[in-house]
Ligand binder design. Structure first.
Ligand code: F6P
Length: 288
């Protein structure tokens, strides 16, 4: 059985573990698309072993490389990709919301497709968990835990910018975990007067403040300079957690999740089950 694996969109910690598990089982029968759907369209398909999956199994990132590929949304690109996908007995796709749509379209066009939710944003419609989300939230919390002792020494406020271009789940979870003084997860939530009140009160009591700001709301420098016009003499520092969220080694939770997902994939492949689309929803493996 010849299987093709593709990673699409932002890389997510845990992707490499899935690739390695599949490689260990399928050996020379596992092929990989280099650089996501772009590789599928252009036919850049190589044996998985060329990407050295054993070396990267416990690391973040994705050894087969990823890409964001608008060409795959359009009919011309999709048809080319479909032709290449049909050369395989099954295609495994790792990615987020956009990639899920691409996977579904391949399945609707006769490709046996398995979609694995893997995105730090955890933005897949109807799903409760995606690979990489736990690691990303943990990376943000660790940043807060490691930066705040220094902020405390000067009663400073720190604004932590976390990822989530169109999704606020990382921001919500981090704010809860670190017991933040304020969370800005959506644009209409910015109330500078209220924020200043909280910060000023903490400052007066010789305490620091933690603010969690989701990216793509207001540039962090602009956010801080505006906030400063409302606060009195408090030092406010920026901290952009950035790609630490995607580059941090996968947490135990994400590694276990990757192993669990692979067990389900193997079960489906081994039994030669008749399926057109396999996906994971609310932690369960769904087969169509
Ligand atoms: O993968 C999703 C994501 O991490 C978003 O949260 C973020 O906005 C975006 O990717 C960043 O992408 P890039 O690494 O291309 O700047």
């Amino acid at each position: 059985m010849k299987v093709l694996i593709i990673a699409s969109g932002g890389d997510a910690p845990g992707m490499n573990k899935v690739i390695y598990n599949l490689y260990r089982r399928l050996k020379g029968n596992l092929f990989a698309c280099k650089k996501g759907f772009a590789g599928l369209i252009d036919g850049t398909i190589l044996p998985a072993q060329n990407f050295n999956p054993s070396k990267y199994k416990n690391e973040a990132g994705v050894c087969i490389k990823s890409a964001r590929c608008p060409r795959f949304i359009h009919d011309e690109g999709f048809k080319k990709g479909l032709k290449n996908a049909k050369k395989f007995d099954a295609v495994v796709i790792l990615g987020g919301n956009g990639s899920a749509k691409g996977a579904q379209r391949l399945a609707e066009n006769g490709v046996k497709t398995i979609f694995v939710p893997a995105t730090i944003d955890n933005d897949i419609a109807g799903g409760e968990y995606s690979l990489g989300f736990h690691t990303a939230v943990k990376a943000c919390c660790d940043a807060v835990y490691n930066v705040m002792p220094s902020m405390n020494a000067f009663d400073r406020t720190c604004v932590f910018q976390v990822m989530g271009r169109r999704c606020n789940k990382i921001a919500l979870n981090v704010a809860k975990m670190v017991n933040a003084d304020a969370l800005i997860a959506n644009e209409d939530e910015i109330d500078f007067q209220h924020l200043a009140k909280v910060i000023n009160k903490n400052y007066k009591q010789e305490n620091s403040s933690i603010i969690i700001l989701r990216e793509n709301i207001l540039p962090i420098d602009k956010f801080i300079s505006t906030l400063k016009t409302f606060t009195k003499g408090v030092e406010i520092k920026p901290f952009i957690v950035g790609h630490l969220q995607r580059g941090t080694r996968p947490s135990k939770v994400d590694i276990n999740k990757a192993n669990q997902i692979c067990k389900n994939i193997f079960k489906a492949l081994k039994s030669e089950q008749k399926f057109s689309f396999i996906y994971f929803k609310e932690g369960q493996c769904k087969i169509k």
